[in-house]
Write a protein that binds this ligand. Sequence first.
Ligand code: GTP
Ligand code: MG
Length: 248
Amino acid sequence: MRLLIIIPAFNEQQALSGVIAEIRALPPEDGVEIAIVVIDDGSNDRTTEVAHAAGARVVRLCRNLGIGGAVQSGLRIAHREAFDFAVQLDGDGQHPPSELRRLIGPALSASPPDLIVGTRYRDKDGFQSTTLRRLGSWWLRMILRIVARLRISDPTSGFRVYGRRALRLFDETYPYDFPEPESLAIARAAGLQITEVSVTMRERQGGTSSIAGFRSIYYMLKVTIAVALTYIRARGRVPSDEVPDAAK
Ligand SMILES: Nc1nc2c(ncn2[C@@H]2O[C@H](COP(=O)(O)OP(=O)(O)OP(=O)(O)O)[C@@H](O)[C@H]2O)c(=O)[nH]1
Ligand SMILES: [Mg+2]
């Protein structure tokens, strides 16, 4: 099994080398071959140099595309280079590589799901985010449950595993900003199998957060509308077995 770890990174020079070193220090998993790609999303710090020095492959976007564009770039690489699955893991250190084994567990089973979401809210261990963020997460959980009939306890989690069908779908279409909840609606509408696994997260290990103040209000409005519209539109458009294969 070939696994690509995708690290979207925007000005993450502080935390990135530690994250890559932790991944490289993981004990080998039987039958799993790991590659790492850092998507430098037009950073204006030393993100690319730090990633190179830590031994990762780096794709440097010539301008900032935002988190969705950065993640989709990684997913396209995974799909077009025929990886069996991909893991998305933040460059700010919030997703401990030591949790990888737990997260990919279902992907190594006899009937692997298409998408695995790492959730911090089931066991309520480790970093739980602020009260306001948890409230936002609760709201998005409700929207996904009511509109897309999908039960996911941590809809904003970017610690996820993508199987081949998910890679094929998201090669074609991926939301451009605040993409996690909306991409769940897209996956659900396309009939993908989605599951969640409890993981522990931790605080940012450096750098600065992008979602604060006015942006969090925009975030909630945008994502609420996007989840509803995407699900309704995508359901009419993409039969599950006819997701176009852009690699062909
Ligand atoms: N903010 C931001 N992050 C990006 C962008 N492109 C890639 N990323 C990376 O995407 C990952 C998630 O972004 P974060 O800003 O940490 O988002 P978050 O984890 O929801 O927010 P915090 O809890 O505040 O850290 C990080 O590894 C970023 O470096 C971008 O344009 N803006
Ligand atoms: Mg973060």
